[in-house]
Design a protein around this ligand. Sequence first.
Ligand code: FDA
Length: 503
Amino acid sequence: EAAPYVPALVVGTGYGAAVTALRLGAAGIRTTMIEMGQLWNTAGKDGKVFCSTLNPDRRSMWFQRRTKAPLDTFLWLDVVNRDLGTPYAGILDRIDFPNMGVYVGRGVGGGSLVNGGMAPTPQRAYFEKMLPQVDADAMYKRYFPLARRMLGVNAIDPRYLEQTPVYKYARVSRRHAHQAGFRTSVVPNVYDFNYLRREEKKQVPRSALAGEVIYGNNHGKQSLDKTYLADALGTGNVTIRTLTRVTTIRKQGKGYLVGLEQIDAWGKVIRRSEISCSSLFLGAGSIGTTELLLRARETGTLPDLPAAIGNGWGTNGNVMTARANHLWDPTGTLQSTIPTLAIDNWNDPKHPSFAEIAPLPVGLETWASLYLAITVNPERGRFTYNHHTDRADLHWSAGQSTPSLRSAQFLFDKINKAIGTTYRRDLFTGNRAFAADFCYHPLGGALLGKATDNYGRVRNHPGLYVTDSSLIPGSLGVNPFVTITALAERNIAHVLASDLKRR
Ligand code: FDA
């Protein structure tokens, strides 16, 4: 029996995938999206679709028995993580490699469901350095503005930022940074700041003010299911299959034959099948896309895939750290989970960093200032295919995080010195002040211009494309989704005009 056919198949439903599906659908091309996670649209017993960070339940994590939160302890106590019972297809995954844990979103909307919504555009000079082959004029004049508009990026009202108690934590950290001689900047977001103001006044149900973020936001956040994916479905040409994982890719005629595995929400395989397509777009994220390509190359289903696949992976220099404030400098008991300020030391020639001022929304005064710093780290990891586990292994040594740690330490040592404060060592196991052993911003694995041509076409494989964060060489200097979106817009515009015009 022949496998069903669809002209275009898109793997994943994150940023790269959502952009691609919308543009294909709008061009009249029938498109199927395959997503391994759930469609998050059904309320649980508590009447909510998503659970909060303070009270995680089975919805929180992708097939875990216990949550794996980025901060694992509080006052050195194991009070942060919770047992979850039977493993379930929850929303946040943490993929653990020997020296690196990578957080990713699972569900229709990918990372947009779990992320902090921060939507900065990279500094043009650094973007040009990282992606020199991309026409920066076209990006900065056309595709970045398009991405920001489509994603619903908005800025906080400066007067509100200055007076609201929910950003006291941000203002405290900003004052400390300024006292140490650093600049700060306001970072735009896709969380609707008008909604946030109404939350504060208790006019609408609370989400950013109810500790919701990494396990999903019930309100306020314009995640991809509300933007690109809604528009894609609206074309009438796009359908999404959920709880279905793409396992294999092989060549069939002029197109591709893709293996699928459908599970129920408890992980039981209910169906294995195949689907064929003329054009195959990979948007499974840095790890997902790289793994699919490596598996195809190493198991011989696409043996001629480029040798460059698996190379050029980085953490965007992610480091998390926290400072202990003086007792007269409280950060507030009601904190918005949506960050809005960053310490911008990016132009420092020796220790560039861009540190997001993060909340610690635990509902009581912690006197802690938390940060997620993005630093320059020239180290790159590499993926290889593991025949025993059928998974991609990441080769990243603990020492490769050292450049990130150095830049972050430079910044926060200076702030601590100026303010007379110290680090919080109770938040990460092992008494550590810094954590560079996990990341939120995995980038690379199938680099633009190396594994693919300059528009994401996989070399020597007509009809096979990469659309997502795996194209970006390990570092961007800011939170990445606006760039992933804009690059996907640029690539699909070119591909539609030149490869798919007369279908
Ligand atoms: P993305 O990871 O979004 O989507 C890939 C999708 O493919 C997922 O839905 C996955 O389930 C699916 N998939 C994978 N393999 C598959 C397979 N074999 N078959 C079927 N489906 C498959 N960025 C930012 O700019 N601002 C921010 O504030 C933050 N904050 C943040 C917080 C947290 C907690 C995280 C985890 C991440 C962030 N990020 C962020 C990062 C941002 O979310 C991330 O860079 C993008 O989501 C990556 O987009 P992609 O399109 O590459 O894939």
